[in-house]
Design a binder for this molecule. Structure first.
Ligand SMILES: N[C@@H](CCC(=O)N[C@@H](CS)C(=O)NCC(=O)O)C(=O)O
Length: 217
């Protein structure tokens, strides 16, 4: 398997499948295509006739070019890794929440882009506050649907945790308050060796995207 991603410092979409693969212990090669520095992503996309966005997973000649599609592909390719919980109600809930993250939380995603190396507290706009309130409700709902102990949204780590992982960096970086349940989850998530590896790798990158570094200045 070969995962094409972009800057670890900034790329929330890249983090999602990368984290799931690392936590599950799936071996893969990775290539970084720094889309704001040079032409590598555009050339790669033209060559494979896919949109010029990452993440992209290449496996057995197949190109899977969307974060959630990659995670679903992994769940099917590795059923023993239990990327989704077994319980049908919890699985349905986790799928809905993951899809909601994929298509929603637009204010949070656009006003507070992930930057896992910058601490810059900001007062959330009303639209961002509505997204934060929705996250707090989702965390309560996960707790009532899962009926099990465990540190993660479905008890054990699942695709839902991978989908929401960038929100943990956003909450820390921009000083955003969500809920005590969210803080407990975020602490457990950030303590994962894979999350630490990601942030260390990001530290070693020399690329900077000024538009993201100057948010809130
Ligand atoms: N819906 C896509 C979004 C992917 C996306 O927007 N990726 C960003 C990087 S985080 C990208 O490739 N941007 C390229 C650009 O802006 O030129 C997914 O879930 O994979």
């Amino acid at each position: 398997m070969h995962l094409y991603i972009t800057y670890k410092r900034y790329s929330s979409w890249s983090l999602r499948p990368w984290l799931a693969m690392r936590v599950a212990g799936i071996p893969f090669q990775e290539t970084i295509l720094p889309f704001a520095h040079g032409d590598s992503l555009r050339q790669f996309a033209e060559q494979h006739r896919i949109p010029a966005t990452v993440p992209v997973l290449e496996h057995r000649g197949r190109m899977i070019w969307d974060s959630l599609a990659i995670l679903e592909y992994l769940a099917e390719a590795y059923p023993e890794k239990q990327f989704w919980p077994q319980d049908p109600s919890l699985k349905a809930f986790a799928r809905c929440a993951s899809a909601e993250m994929h298509s929603g939380f637009v204010a949070l995603r656009s006003e507070h882009p992930m930057n896992c190396h910058r601490i810059h507290p900001m007062t959330p706009s009303p639209a961002v506050q509505a997204d934060l309130n929705r996250l707090a409700v989702l965390w309560q709902q996960f707790a009532s649907v899962r009926h099990t102990d465990g540190e993660f949204l479905c008890g054990e780590f699942s695709i839902a945790d991978a989908m929401f992982a960038p929100v943990a960096w956003r909450a820390i970086g921009y000083g955003l308050t969500i809920s005590d349940e969210f803080d407990r989850w975020s602490k457990a998530l950030i303590a994962l060796p894979a999350m630490q590896e990601w942030v260390e790798d990001g530290k070693a990158e020399s690329w900077r995207v000024e538009a993201t570094e100057s948010i809130g200045m």
